[in-house]
Design a protein around this ligand. Structure first.
Ligand code: TNX
Length: 521
């Protein structure tokens, strides 16, 4: 049936005349956003349709002592698109406010928060600045996606009303960027930090050295960076971070409440060092430079004292510029190191890390060396039985979960994905979301899991757009697995929430993969 505009108008007028609420005439528009749409999904979220809060030019941000940095960050998020001043002040003095409060709430731990959005103001409470920061990431998603625009948008800014109580399932939600196969400049790393922080990722693991390139200045072995840093996969240009640049990245990460874990991979994946310094080879001859993508051919010289001088110098310098508690010592795919030598190497190197005040993390092969309970093996295999990993967990180690067939962001989505590899699996968005870190490895249950990490190896990845295409939309799924309670895990619900993130990525300029498994609209 076709009704003319005049007939429709008359119908609306007559309905209005009998005082039917307007919602009866126009189909009620589903709210664009709700506290239940946040990714990662909160522990509990109750929408309040009467509690929407409107940002205006007179809105202020109040901050308790200790909350100033997060308040400034929030202001920085909200100002470009609104153009409002949003001053950070100690007291609201009757003005509408977003209040950042620090307190003691035993339900939410060190990263949890409680958020209340009501008509007269927004209150965000946490026990720590980390918790406030994670709460700000939720608050941000309650605003229209246009809030992510870089220029002023003339429109209304409504924060969806309701309450959220939220805290993480696991302490560690990480991302890894391989800056060795291809080098990424500090500004590119910072961009990725900003992108991952919005999903409550709290760790960035930087894979700083591999066969094809060495990426961090070591003052006592200067050619590692200046010579070993020149190369990258396929003869592409390399690069390295000076220690000052690395510290600047670490500080930027800290401002996003992200801890950096630096990795020097050894005793394998060391060709860049061994082609630069002849004395790192058993025969005293430098090996040729390699920029192909083979793995497993290199090994430090396990019997040589120079090897341990090298390791100690690198560990000492890296520990001194790394405030986080962990150094990652690699340990994967050491196929050219005999097993007994591998154990001997680990037994010498792990105490060096401890000597410089850091805890050891490394790929799960390090579990074969009976590391101390403080060490965190990072599991990258496909799940099932792994006796040494289960034994490490039984001795008290927590295990970080990065199964290659689910969590590796360098795996292709489908056969026809232009970037990435497929040795572990094709990982569509649903595959990357549908696994449980607490049932992956036999003998490693919920309480023995440190968390999850999504590694991005970069053999085929050259640009920030490439990073974005592989990480989005899979990274938010790994972040949700790490943050949200298992009871909330549901693909059908997740894919709807994920679809609502896309307009935000468009505003942010994130070049994401439009998986056919998600109805992007
Ligand atoms: C395996 S799994 C590696 C890396 C490669 C990656 C490519 C593991 C710890 N190491 O050396 O870059 O596969 O997917």
């Amino acid at each position: 049936m076709h009704l003319s505009r005049a007939v429709l108008t008359a119908a609306v007028v007559s309905l209005a005349a009998v005082a039917v609420p307007t919602s009866a005439v126009a189909a009620p528009a589903a709210p664009e956003r709700s506290v239940t749409d946040v990714v990662p999904v909160p522990v509990s979220a109750k929408p309040d349709p009467h509690g929407d809060f409107r940002l205006t030019p007179s809105t202020v941000i109040t901050a308790d002592r200790g909350a100033g940095q997060v308040a400034d960050y929030l202001r920085g998020l909200l100002r470009p698109a609104t153009g409002y001043p949003l001053p950070v002040v100690p007291h609201a003095a009757g003005l509408p406010a977003i209040a950042l409060q620090l307190g003691h709430d035993t339900r939410i731990g060190t990263e949890g928060y409680q958020l209340k959005v009501a008509r007269d103001g927004v209150t965000l409470k946490a026990n720590t600045a980390d918790g406030l920061f994670e709460g700000v990431q939720s608050l941000r998603q309650l605003l229209p996606s246009a809030i992510e625009a870089k220029r002023v948008q003339h429109r209304t800014w409504t924060v969806a009303g309701g309450t959220i109580l939220d805290y993480p399932r696991f302490a560690e939600r990480g991302a890894m960027l391989d800056v060795a196969r291809h080098f990424f400049r500090p500004d590119q790393v910072k961009l990725y930090l900003d992108q991952i922080a919005q999903y409550k990722v709290n760790t960035l693991h930087l894979h700083l050295a591999d066969d094809q390139g060495w990426r961090i200045e070591i003052k006592s072995w200067p050619k590692l960076a200046t010579v070993g840093g020149k190369t990258a996969v396929d003869g592409d240009p390399g690069g390295y971070y000076t220690q000052a640049q690395y510290q600047d990245i670490v500080a930027y990460a800290a401002s996003r409440h992200i801890t950096v874990i630096p990795e020097i991979d050894m005793p394998g994946h060391t060709n860049a060092a061994q082609s630069t310094y002849a004395e790192l080879n058993c025969d005293g001859k430098a090996v040729p430079v390699r920029t192909d993508t083979e793995v497993g051919y290199s090994s430090l010289c396990i019997s040589s004292p120079v090897t341990y001088k090298f390791v100690e110098d690198v560990v000492r310098e890296l520990a001194a510029i790394t405030p986080g508690p962990y150094l990652h010592i690699g340990g994967d795919e050491a196929h050219s190191t005999p097993p007994a030598d591998y154990i001997a190497f680990e037994k010498k190197v792990q105490p060096i890390v401890a000597k410089y005040g850091k805890k050891v993390t490394g790929w799960h092969e390090i579990a074969k060396s009976d590391p101390p309970a403080s060490a965190v093996p990072q599991y990258w295999d496909f799940g099932g039985d792994n006796a040494s990993v289960a034994a490490a967990a039984a001795r008290g180690s927590k295990i970080l979960m990065s199964p290659a067939n689910f969590a590796y962001l360098d795996m292709k989505y489908t056969e026809s994905t232009p970037l990435g590899q497929d040795w572990a699996a094709l990982v569509e968005v649903r595959d990357g979301y549908n696994w449980d870190p607490a049932t992956l490895v036999n003998g490693v249950g919920e309480s023995q899991v440190a968390g999850v990490e999504a590694p991005l190896w970069t053999e085929t990845i050259r640009t920030s757009n490439d990073i974005e295409y592989m990480a989005f939309p899979r990274l938010p799924g790994i972040a949700e697995i790490g943050w949200s309670p298992r009871s909330t895990h549901n693909w059908d619900a997740y894919r709807l929430r994920l679809a609502k993130q896309a307009p935000r990525w468009v505003q942010q300029g994130i070049d994401f993969y439009r998986s056919p498994q998600v109805d992007w609209k």
